[in-house]
Each structure stands twice: as C-alpha cells, then as structure tokens.
Ligand binder design. Structure first.
Ligand SMILES: [Zn+2]
Length: 179
C-alpha cells in the first residue's frame, strides 16, 4: 500500500511539473505572437501620440502587460526581468514601442525594480500626481500611449537626483548587440 501511495504522489508531481512547463512555454509563445502580429500600435519609429481605449488595449496586449500598464498594477519587487540587468541597450514601452530610456541612464537600486535617473527626452515619459494608497507620488506614464510605467521619486543619484522606478513588464529591452 505504501509503495502505491508513493508512486501516486510521484506521478502527481510529475504531471504537475510537466503541466506547468507546457503552460510556461505556451505563455511565452503567445506573448511573442501577440506583440508581433496582434498589436497594430507597436512601433519603435512612430512618435504620434495614441488615444486607445482600455477595451482595445485588452485585445492587443498580453494580459500581464495589460494588468500593469492599463490597470496600474505593480509587479512584485525583485521579480521583474530587468531590475538587476546591466546589459547595454535601449528600453521601449511594452504597449506601444515608444523609446523611453537608454541603459546608460539605468543605475543599481536596491528597491527591486529597474531604476533610471533620466528619461530619453522630455516627451518620452510624462507625469501625473498619484494619491492612491494614502501616498502622494508622481506617476510615470508613457508619453506616447499614456500607459502606466511606474513612479518617479526625487531620491535618485546625480546629475538629476531623480529615480524612475519602473515595472519591468512595462518595458521592452533591446540589447545593443541586436541589429
Ligand atoms: Zn507606450
């Protein structure tokens, strides 16, 4: 009986393991396909501002990007893909492809989210006062599509003393080595 019980547990574990693996692979494929084929607003060169409804964004964005950028959620600290990367390259908006930051303005911050001290230009990131959760903060939004990126604080390093605290999921990173 014991052996049967152990075997059952083992089979259950193996089944769960293979399920979660296939789900992850499927999600990655879906995300890639969505960005390339379903999102007509995504461009690294078009700088015209967008006025797109959340209903429309929901159709074209992967769900994780939609949750953060349109519903203003925050990814958990130390879980995003870019918080500790030091690779040289450029960061774009994950919703519309707008060029937001260069890696040369990224700095190591212990906060658990990718942090920058300077935006690419005056139009790449815009701001709104955010009084949610009983705090007064400066919300950072994509200058092209208005998507939520994160917040900006005034405790960053020189020369700007600013800290753009961004959600990794709101960023698309293109390393310099990719042509
Ligand atoms: Zn955008």
């Amino acid at each position: 009986m014991k052996l049967i019980a152990v075997c059952s547990v083992l089979i259950l574990l193996l089944t769960q393991c293979s399920n979660s693996n296939s789900q992850t692979a499927q999600t990655v494929t879906t995300t890639k396909q969505t960005m390339e084929t379903k999102n007509p607003y995504y461009s690294h060169t078009d700088t015209n501002t967008l006025d797109v409804s959340n209903d429309e964004w929901k159709k074209v964005l992967p769900d994780d990007v939609y949750q953060i950028m349109r519903l203003k959620q925050t990814e958990r600290a130390f879980t995003g893909k870019y918080w500790e990367t030091e690779t040289q390259g450029n960061y774009y908006c994950a919703s519309c492809g707008n060029h937001l930051f260069k890696s040369t303005s990224k700095f190591s911050s212990s906060c658990g989210w990718p942090s920058f001290f300077e935006q690419l230009n005056s139009k790449s990131v815009v701001f709104e006062r955010d009084t949610s959760y009983g705090m007064i903060r400066e919300e950072a939004l994509c200058g092209r599509c208005g998507g939520h990126l994160g917040h900006r604080f005034d405790d960053g390093p020189p020369p700007t003393n600013m800290r753009y605290c961004m959600n990794s999921i709101a960023l698309d990173f293109v390393p310099d080595t990719v042509k």
